[in-house]
Design a protein around this ligand. Sequence first.
Ligand SMILES: N[C@@H](CCC(=O)N[C@@H](CS)C(=O)NCC(=O)O)C(=O)O
Length: 211
Amino acid sequence: MKLYDCHVAPNPRRARIFLAEKNIKLEKIEIDILAGENLQDDFLAVNPRGLLPVLELDDGTYIDEVMAICRYFEEVQPEPALLGRDLKEKAIVTMRQRKMEFDGMISCSEVFRNQHKEFLKRGIPGGGKDNIPAIPALIDRGNQTLNRFFWWLEKYLEDGPYLTGDQFTMVDITATCSIGFAKWSDIHIPDANTRTKKWYEKVLARPSAEA
Ligand SMILES: N[C@@H](CCC(=O)N[C@@H](CS)C(=O)NCC(=O)O)C(=O)O
């Protein structure tokens, strides 16, 4: 099994942290997104969308989408449970994880992608070959949705030390990677969000954060 990875990119980082939490080690193939390696024919044969990460199974099947990769390993190795321990927790993790992804990860992508010169003609993730232009108005919209993302975090942390209560889960992983991604655009946890700041220090202190 192999993981097609890009060490600087936030979505591959989500998969790496998940694997590190489960202590699963995989062969990694580094693909340089900034240099456009993900848009070359070799990688497009792996994932026609040109996106990372991708898991290659031993039978040659390719699994892209972070959540599909994580679901695969949660089934292979259920402990520690990162997608919920029981029915209710599984539903809550799914619900909150989606919010972290849409309001966090995707908003960061809109803010970053529509102002960074390397991406001026790479307006949608993986769409580099199609010369899709950046839309500056999406920077503002992304910033607005990020406000909602930071609001969610502070709210969820009313329930306990992690974003679903007492257990570190995928929700914490996607949120951590979104905050890291937001920094690329000089966006940080608002000073008033004290619960989030404390939580972020704690999750960054976990060995998996280095993955
Ligand atoms: N929904 C996808 C998102 C994957 C994604 O957007 N990956 C980014 C890296 S963070 C990428 O490969 N971008 C390539 C590009 O923009 O050319 C997932 O969960 O795997």
